[in-house]
Design a protein around this ligand. Structure first.
Ligand SMILES: NC(=O)c1ccc[n+]([C@@H]2O[C@H](COP(=O)([O-])OP(=O)(O)OC[C@H]3O[C@@H](n4cnc5c(N)ncnc54)[C@H](O)[C@@H]3O)[C@@H](O)[C@H]2O)c1
Length: 386
């Protein structure tokens, strides 16, 4: 089944309750737009903000029944779980800062709700292990929002690597660089920066937890290899920060593959520069998220190819992830919408796709821990142990 066919096993849209994503938030509204794109999700309840008036205002702006807009996630789970089966939320979406992911997800699972959670899965590895144990015990699906696995050409790149187009994989290079934290904007009223640079709300890592995990999940997904060891160089470039804002590392992956990963938020002038390269014995494949509708395939001895989003020219599953004819660019919202198709398919008994489960979220938390330990140990190699 294609992703959209998976979802069509549902007669009615999946009912979603959202925690976080109140007025002024970044990713909550992105989730709501993406979830609405294909008509497979409808939002029915929320606890959007710890600020009372913002919470109510968000509920109003979404046209929700005020009775289903709650001042706390605990109240939401208790009351919504008691509703009749045809009204209850089918799943809970978590778009709060990182420190709340684990408590909210554990409470949701305990009330019988599947969970679609933002990355990183938790603040630290012990929390992730506990959450995964509960998810496994309940058998309820947990999805993690690795946005970049929602792009059709990322799947095409993986397919081409798996098909042997570039030969046996030898090397990977992935960078995720942004410039928005080049200055200490967390001290001048930027709420998104403030919680990201505070260990109480972000967890044990700064840039590595915020964007490094996207790079890690992307490079593992495309190459088909897992990072086993890291040697990391981390720093707090901006004076006064307690968490890393700039990180470079060497990677060792399964099957003898080697590589590099950079995750930095002090690269002044960069916007959202996530770029991945995978090299095999006979060629390389390259994808950049700021140009997501192009895949570059260079096979030694052949003309270089630019693969575009043309459903007639790409294989499955990329073909069924595209919504528009060739030449009509699709991007970030469509990628997010693909994650919703996958997750709604999964909770409706459809097939799931690799890279988006709580076990993948746990792997990222083990990756973060190894990176932080390696950085603290002057780059000593550390093994990733979930
Ligand atoms: N997948 C991606 O590409 C991507 C991109 C950006 C952010 N994120 C992740 O999304 C999460 C949110 O990031 P953001 O940039 O949107 O942050 P944000 O600060 O813009 O939004 C957080 C929201 O959570 C709300 N909140 C805080 N405490 C709450 C509580 N107790 N109950 C209910 N709501 C509460 C805040 O009021 C706010 O509305 C983070 O975990 C971040 O890592 C992921």
């Amino acid at each position: 089944l294609s992703f959209s066919e998976d979802c069509s096993v549902r007669r009615t849209p999946a009912r979603m309750a959202m925690i976080g994503g109140g007025g002024g938030a970044f990713i909550g509204p992105v989730h709501r737009r993406a979830a609405a794109l294909d008509g497979v999700v409808t939002i029915v309840a929320g606890a959007f903000s710890s600020d009372r008036s913002r919470n109510a205002e968000t509920g109003r702006s979404l046209g929700l029944d005020p009775q289903r807009v709650y001042s706390s996630y605990d109240a939401l789970f208790e009351r919504e779980a008691a509703r009749p089966a045809d009204e209850r939320p089918d799943f809970v979406c978590i778009v709060t800062p990182n420190h709340l992911h684990a408590p909210v997800a554990m409470a949701a699972l305990s009330h019988g709700f599947p969970v679609f959670c933002e990355k990183p899965l938790t603040r630290d590895l012990p929390d992730a292990r506990e959450l995964c144990a509960l998810a496994d015990a309940t058998g309820l699906p947990v999805g993690v929002a690795y946005t970049y696995l929602g792009y059709p050409l990322v799947h095409e790149a993986r397919r081409l690597v798996q098909a042997g187009t570039i030969g046996t994989v030898r090397r990977v290079d992935v960078r995720y660089t942004q410039g928005w934290l080049s200055q200490p904007i967390e001290r001048s009223g930027n709420a998104q920066a403030a919680w990201r640079m505070d260990a109480r709300t972000a967890g044990i890592a700064g840039a590595v937890g915020d964007i490094g995990v996207h790079a890690q999940s992307l490079v593992e997904f495309v190459s088909g290899e897992q990072i086993t060891e890291v040697s990391a160089d981390l720093r707090q470039t901006v004076r006064g920060r307690e968490l890393d804002d700039d990180c470079s590392m060497l990677l060792r992956l399964t099957n003898g593959v080697r590589g590099t990963l950079a995750a930095s938020q002090i690269c002044a002038g960069d916007d959202n520069r996530l770029e991945v390269s995978v090299y095999g014995e006979s060629g390389g494949i390259h994808w950049a998220q700021e140009r997501p509708d192009r895949l570059i395939l260079n096979v030694a001895g052949q003309p270089k190819r630019h693969i575009t989003c043309d459903a007639a020219l790409v294989g499955e599953p990329a073909r069924s992830m595209l919504r528009l004819p060739a030449g009509h660019p699709e991007g970030y919202l469509e990628a997010f919408a693909n994650l919703y198709l996958e997750f709604v398919g999964r909770i409706s008994g459809g097939k799931s796709w690799a890279g988006l489960s709580h076990h993948d979220g746990l792997r990222s938390m083990a990756f973060i821990k190894a990176v932080i330990q390696s950085g603290a140990g002057n780059g000593r190699w550390r093994t990733i142990q979930a």
